[in-house]
Design a protein around this ligand. Structure first.
Ligand code: RET
Length: 275
């Protein structure tokens, strides 16, 4: 049975709460700034906001599942000092890890879609990329789940390795395609696309590392806590920070595509508003 001490319980509790707050705030922001980019880029922002909405919903479910699954060991007893309480997992697999996988199953294709959408590529290339990336994303997540819920490290390693095949394929396609499309983009956008590529690689890379915690020598409660922190922080970076970067690119591309829009937006900036 998994037993968490007070600090471990609080760490997971707080990181899940932080995840929910970040998703909610980014969702509101992305909806509020729709008018600050040209219509052709709004779909990317809407999709990014939907990603945050789906994630916010799942974070509520994950948070509730966590607080319901772990109960205070000394419940009812007078606890003198903060930190004296420890928590243990009730009713076996009480914490539902499936919420994360369902969340990814929905949000990873949408994240890929928003990335492709903001590039405003030719429709044929766009659909070609989506046909490659979406099935690979679904396969990556579906293959990862049986390993995630297995307590046997060998089973975990096998499913993890199978899931890594589509994962590497996605990274390869994105890296090459984003690199290729950079050539046709304005100067600042080119730089941002580079940051986007690196952010994608750095944050997506955290998921398999968090998954590997039991294999990396951490066991029991430690593995559980590090994994929850890893997945949650990676989610905030891959959804929220990524969404904000998509907004930045959409805005720069809007300025580049339409100078009248750029002028009007610059005039609406706070410095001239005060005149
Ligand atoms: C799993 C299983 C072990 C092997 C690999 C995995 C990769 C997961 C990834 C998830 C990305 C999720 C994102 C969510 C954002 O909304 C399934 C942990 C490679 C890359 C970006």
């Amino acid at each position: 049975m998994l037993s968490l001490d007070f600090a471990q319980y609080q760490t997971v509790y707080n990181v899940l709460s932080f995840g929910l707050a970040s998703m909610g705030a980014t969702l509101v922001f992305l909806m509020a700034v729709q008018g600050r980019v040209l219509p052709r880029y709004r779909q990317a922002l809407v999709v990014s906001a939907i990603v945050c909405l789906i994630a916010a919903y799942h974070y509520i479910r994950i948070f509730n599942s966590f607080t319901e699954a772990y109960v205070a060991k000394d419940a009812g007893a007078a606890v003198s000092a903060v930190g004296a309480v420890s928590y243990f997992l009730v009713n076996g697999p009480g914490f539902n890890e499936a919420y994360r996988y369902i969340d990814w199953l929905l949000t990873v294709p949408l994240l890929l879609f928003e990335t492709i959408a903001v590039l405003a590529l030719a429709p044929a290339l766009r659909s070609n990329l989506m046909w490659k990336l979406i099935p690979a994303a679904a396969l990556m997540i579906v293959l990862g789940y049986p390993g995630e819920i297995s307590l046997d490290n060998t089973v975990r390693a096998i499913w993890g390795a199978l899931s890594t095949i589509p994962f590497l394929y996605i990274l390869y396609v994105l890296w090459v395609e984003l690199g290729r499309s950079q050539a046709s983009q304005p100067e600042q956008v080119r730089k941002d696309l580079n940051v986007l590529r690196l952010l994608l690689l750095a944050t997506w890379g955290v998921y398999p590392i968090a998954y590997l915690m039991p294999q990396l020598g951490f066991s029991g409660a430690d593995a559980f806590v590090y994994k929850q922190v890893g997945y949650s922080v990676a989610d905030v970076l891959a959804k929220c920070l990524f969404g904000l970067l998509i907004y930045k690119i959409a805005r720069e591309k809007s300025f580049h595509d339409d100078h009248a829009f750029a002028d009007q937006e610059v005039k609406a900036a706070p410095s001239s508003e005060s005149k």
